[in-house]
Design a protein around this ligand. Sequence first.
Ligand SMILES: Cc1cc2nc3c(=O)[nH]c(=O)nc-3n(C[C@H](O)[C@H](O)[C@H](O)COP(=O)(O)OP(=O)(O)OC[C@H]3O[C@@H](n4cnc5c(N)ncnc54)[C@H](O)[C@@H]3O)c2cc1C
Length: 438
Amino acid sequence: MVHGHKGVRFQNWARTYGCCPEMYYQPTSVEEVREVLALARQQNKKVKVVGGGHSPSDIACTDGFMIHMGKMNRVLQVDKEKKQVTVEAGILLTDLHPQLDKHGLALSNLGAVSDVTAGGVIGSGTHNTGIKHGILATQVVALTLMTADGAILECSESSNAEVFQAARVHLGCLGVILTITLQCVPQFHLQETTFPSTLKEVLDNLDSHLKKSEYFRFLWFPHSENVSIIYQDHTNKPPSSSASWFWDYAVGFYLLEFLLWTSTFLPCLVGWINRFFFWLLFTRKKENSNLSHKIFTYECRFKQHVQDWAIEKTGEALLELKAMLEAHPKVVAHYPVEVRFTRGDDILLSPCFQRDSCYMNIIMYRPYGKDVPRLDYWLAYETIMKKFGGRPHWAKAHNCTRKDFEKMYPAFPKFCAIREKLDPTGMFLNSYLEKVFY
Ligand SMILES: Cc1cc2nc3c(=O)[nH]c(=O)nc-3n(C[C@H](O)[C@H](O)[C@H](O)COP(=O)(O)OP(=O)(O)OC[C@H]3O[C@@H](n4cnc5c(N)ncnc54)[C@H](O)[C@@H]3O)c2cc1C
């Protein structure tokens, strides 16, 4: 029988959102998950599944029952011929990579961190960059879902196809994702080349950059024209690294954190910090190569607040954000604004539904855990993103409600109908999801 714990406090990775679930479960089997759902039905409780707890919002919070999937983390099957792997949804990608390495396989794209679960990254629509590559959920070829009544649905293009179209970006509101089958590719190495540029250059030559590099992204340094371009491409070169403790940690972390903390008393320093650190760390060309998952992911050292919307009009939106900052010198923005590109797809609530997109991620760090005022920046950014028809990243805090999503997503009613059918009592809702659906 499954045992729950009282008194557990859940906090997300950035320690920006947390909750005290009434009961906390760590099931080890499908039967135990079913037991928790049966208890929840009997006692009329809400249920929230949590993966790696990395979402920078309250999407994974609940005061009802929390199911942590960390003990359902096995690789179940590797089909070398089809290059597909079936995993339990609680597996951390960081544990999946070495298993795939052993079989000469890899995921074709990843987000910036791997301490996240397969169930969590697909559920929130996690993405990286590469205009020929979709969000991570597009790598899913099948999944199994336990619905509120304890039934198990096998979903793929050929079985429960409508649920499959919804459940790849599931927001945690359709049931418990038990297993996921991912389409892999042969293992590959990437070469990463980072070099300086300007906002004008990168926007004038966007198509050319997108063609030149399979995984192209760029970082804009607000309060300046500075841009750092990052190309990542297949290579046969042996692993090499330009990492340096002095520049990456002493300067890029300890000194930066201290200066950002100082700027909480003197916000006018932020523009200078952005320009100074660009000059210190981003003005020379750098090259690294390694296995793909070691290049895609990097160490995120700072706790932070973020927003990340998918839009179509990169240049117009970015220039409007820049103009807003110039017109309002009291609004300050930490570096970088990270701009990534993603192929469109057909997943009902994917921010890239039916359109190739550009994600524009803004950030405000929390030096030594201190919250930095960000409301004006956040509101101005959201206004611009809405004006350009943007759709917010599901994992990252936003102020949108059902009315907004109805406008943003042509398939929103279809998703709602599927959700209401699978979870008629709203067992899997929490306050974040109630804003989305009510
Ligand atoms: C440092 C850092 C870097 C990041 N980099 C990127 C990036 O490069 N690109 C990007 O797009 N995002 C990025 N993110 C966001 C991150 O990828 C998402 O928040 C992702 O969902 C985290 O996975 P998780 O396992 O922690 O999910 P959680 O935060 O635990 O959960 C996310 C959602 O999935 C649901 N869920 C999880 N598992 C299941 C399951 N088995 N069944 C049903 N529902 C489930 C939860 O209920 C919740 O609704 C980053 C976040 C951090 C903190």
